[in-house]
Design a protein around this ligand. Structure first.
Ligand code: UTP
Length: 288
């Protein structure tokens, strides 16, 4: 069995829901407390054993590449100023793993963004991490999925139960069989169903996919919203082979919209020993 060594992080979208913040700054570079949102995705991949990350970017997203690159001038300034802690953080970032970047020339959908990495992925299984979905969990969520993949040796998508009124915002799966606690064999999936969803289990932005799925993307036509949908390529794989869904352990925050982003800031601050008391004090001062 081939090891999951590579992860694709699609970051080429326009981020219109976060305007005006995203007019000149990529959505992925908006900070969640003291790190850009995309750094959480990269750290999750690295702590799950991923060796190569493929960033899918677009015009006006150079700052993402710069963020993970070396910055000799800044390193010198920090060294001279004796700012060792800060220097350590900067060096860690630049050396965390191999990061390759590819441009998606036209924003034709998530499936198309993933397909941009096909030559780098080759015939290996690969992870996909959507950086908008930031996770709070003890075990990294993509690592949980890699563990499942190693067990079933087939594609695995992350699942979360959502409210019935929200199903039209997600890819929704149909479950054929419960295999064990949290793990399901899937027989169908539909992107953003307007009516009759097959369940309330939504696909969340973490995937570990067989290389067949990459091939499938090259064969599908535009689906929902006129875009090349990753869900359609995974559905094809569910029909010709097997695809599993895993109800991941942890909490997910959608930083691609204002409410989810605010929710993330509060909850990530409450998780941090250096910020929890401070945040509680601010709220108390306001209301008591
Ligand atoms: P979204 O559906 O959140 O789209 O994409 P978006 O353009 O980023 O944001 P809104 O809806 O305009 O606010 C989900 C993920 O897929 C990537 C996005 O960058 C995001 O990580 N994506 C989407 C691409 O890389 N290319 C595309 O053509 C579409």
């Amino acid at each position: 069995m081939k090891k999951v060594r590579k992860a694709i992080i699609p970051a080429a979208g326009f981020g219109t829901r976060m305007l005006p913040a995203t007019k000149a700054i990529p959505k992925e570079m908006i900070t969640l407390i003291d790190k850009p949102v995309i750094q959480y995705a990269v750290e999750e991949a690295v702590s799950s054993g991923i060796e190569t990350i493929v960033l899918i970017t677009s015009k006006h997203k150079k700052s993402i590449e710069d963020h993970f690159d070396k910055n000799f001038e800044l390193e010198e300034i920090l060294k001279k100023g004796g700012k060792e802690k800060e220097l350590e953080k900067i060096l860690e970032l630049a050396n965390c793993c191999e990061i390759v970047s590819i441009r998606q020339k036209e924003q034709r959908g998530l499936g198309d963004a993933v397909y941009c990495a096909k030559n780098i992925i080759g015939d290996e299984p690969f992870a996909v991490i959507l950086p908008d979905d930031v996770m709070l969990s003890k075990e990294p969520v993509i690592g949980q999925l890699i563990e499942c993949y190693n067990k079933v040796e087939k594609s695995v998508v992350a699942l979360q139960e959502v409210q019935m009124e929200d199903v039209s915002k997600y890819g929704i799966v149909s479950v054929k069989e419960k295999i064990e606690e949290r793990l399901f064999l899937l027989d169908d999936m539909v992107e953003k169903p307007k009516e009759n969803p097959p369940s309330t289990y939504a696909i969340i932005g973490r995937y570990v996919l067989d290389s067949n799925v990459m091939k499938n993307i090259g064969e599908i036509t535009p689906g929902a919203l006129g875009e090349i949908q990753l869900t359609d390529a995974i559905k094809k794989e569910a029909i010709s082979s097997k695809v599993f869904g895993y109800l991941f352990k942890g909490e997910r925050y959608d930083c691609g919209n204002v409410n989810g982003y605010l929710d993330a800031i509060i909850n990530f601050a409450l998780e941090r020993d250096d910020l929890r008391d401070y945040l509680v004090q601010i709220i108390k001062n306001k209301f008591l």
